[in-house]
Design a binder for this molecule. Sequence first.
Ligand SMILES: [Zn+2]
Ligand SMILES: [Zn+2]
Length: 247
Amino acid sequence: MIPARTQEQIRHQVQNLGFLLFPGICLLCQRRSKRKLDLCLACEATLPRLETGCLRCALPLLHTGVCGYCQLQAPSFTSVFTPYLYQFPTDRMIHSFKYGGKFKYGRVLATLLAEQLNNTERLNNCAPPPDVLLPVPLHWRRQIKRGFNQAELIARALSRQLDIPINTRLISRTRYTITQEGLSRQKRQSNLRQAFTASLDVKGLSIAVIDDVVTTGSTAEAVARCLVRAGAQQVQIWALARTPLEK
Ligand SMILES: [Zn+2]
Ligand SMILES: [Zn+2]
């Protein structure tokens, strides 16, 4: 039998070794995460997951199926993949990333999104991966003000981890629109009318559009419609989180 003190020493040594190999500090509890990711397993388990949602737009539903909005008018994208609900603490993490410029939060969530995309593909034996990742563009005026495009940072992290190329030039935001936050579904749709212009290079491509949060799906729909009209073969949406209720 190993004496308790030796056991304790061994435990410390293993922990120290773990820290040297994986020097992550958890962004939520500030303890060593004991893995490469800056989020420990216990805190990861507290992130609110999107368990059942609309098969097309991922709107959270009690049972898997197609939501009323998508039944009324089928969206231009084939599906939305998002692992989390936009609720505490995921909402705070995304807010710090997007408005506070704390890239660590975005990197952690993008890594988890990549892991789950990999798992889903393995489990469901899904269609082949998309040809290209396309971050939802910001208008240049907003990008200059914010200093970065959060969707592009997420897409770059996914591109590295999933080995799928990223192309930021396939679509541009040609019209400056007021911020979508706080607008109703209808106002969001009219706010985005003709906001995007796609390049002719999208013809025949299978595209994954990357965004931080899907709220009503209006931005996703506006981008997907523009890409499909320009000849994209298929458009899917990948995002960090989905808002639980319609505003
Ligand atoms: Zn933690
Ligand atoms: Zn739906």
